[in-house]
Design a protein around this ligand. Structure first.
Ligand SMILES: Nc1nc2c(ncn2[C@@H]2O[C@H](COP(=O)(O)OP(=O)(O)OP(=O)(O)O)[C@@H](O)[C@H]2O)c(=O)[nH]1
Ligand SMILES: [Mg+2]
Length: 269
């Protein structure tokens, strides 16, 4: 018999990284996602956060978790938006021994083959941001109006808040533990997709080192997008508020828990 000691419900394989994936009506995508994920990153764990999807994504995830100890599922009773799902998932994942925490969509728009590069980049910085627009545009099968919306949103964020990134709305990221712990998750207000901007803005303002890593994004082939007018309006309001409330620059000194502060003192991060 294999003895598996448990740390707060996580088995002690000591995976270094966990991928958190929110799901709402993604039944047709999750099996393929899990298979691709472990093909490219066999050592990671994955935590799905399902909001009681009417298409029974939750039951499909339970089946996948049953067959593989690396897969876990957090079931929530109602749909509360992407931001709430990530916050619940981060709280849960922080109970485990992980050093790196990734965000990824379930619709296969994010390529699991990029995960090792994101983890490596976050190891040298504090946060790695998967970027569709650094060094060119890498988006497959998007209609022109969707691309214009995404590029326009990125420019609006840059102009309003001063965030110096080509793709500040990206949802494919890797945080080092110290950065995630410093995020003060329970005070994050945005709930939809502006969650992505609010988190990165907060860490940038706190003096964490954020690097952009080129990724290729592909339009989902199965299931439906949850993007809506209400989500866009929330995004507009949140970005506007961030721009008004805070100066448009990062602090001069790195956050004490940043790799930049550790290397300035000559310590290994
Ligand atoms: N748990 C949970 N997951 C959600 C919710 N809304 C969206 N998601 C998930 O968040 C991820 C991103 O949502 P998508 O619908 O693909 O939206 P998007 O990628 O921003 O926009 P598109 O480019 O139009 O696909 C997917 O994995 C969704 O299933 C929610 O309210 N709760
Ligand atoms: Mg999507």
């Amino acid at each position: 018999m294999v003895f598996r000691p448990h740390v707060l419900g996580y088995d002690a394989r000591m995976a270094d990284a966990i991928v958190i994936v929110p799901t709402y009506n993604e039944r047709s995508n999750v099996e393929r996602l899990v298979s691709l994920l472990f093909r490219h990153a066999p050592d990671v764990d994955v935590l799905f956060v399902d909001d009681n999807s009417p298409d029974h994504t939750g039951a499909e995830l339970d089946r996948l978790a049953h067959g593989d100890a690396r897969v876990r599922v957090l079931h929530r009773p109602t749909k509360e938006g992407l931001g709430r799902a990530y916050i619940a998932g981060f709280h849960e994942a922080l109970q485990g021994p992980y050093r790196f925490f990734l965000e990824m969509d379930a619709d296969l728009s994010h390529n699991p083959a990029d995960i090792p590069r994101l983890i490596a980049a976050a190891g040298a910085a504090d946060v790695a941001l998967g970027s569709r627009y650094i060094g060119g545009v890498r988006v497959i099968n998007w209609p022109l109006n969707r691309l214009i919306l995404s590029r326009g949103a990125g420019l609006f964020v840059k102009w309003t808040t001063g965030l110096p990134f080509a793709d500040p709305t990206s949802g494919f990221k890797c945080y080092r533990r110290a950065a995630l712990e410093a995020l003060e998750l329970d005070t994050i207000r945005s709930n939809g997709y502006s969650f992505q901007v609010e988190t990165i803005h907060r860490l940038w303002r706190k003096g964490f080192r954020i690097v952009e890593v080129p990724i290729t994004f592909e339009e989902r082939q199965s299931g439906r997008s949850k993007m809506s007018g209400a989500i866009l309006r929330e995004g507009f309001r949140v970005v506007w508020r961030l721009g008004f409330r805070h100066p448009r620059r990062a602090p001069r000194a790195p956050h004490p828990a940043s790799v930049a502060a550790a290397s300035a003192k000559g310590a290994r991060p």
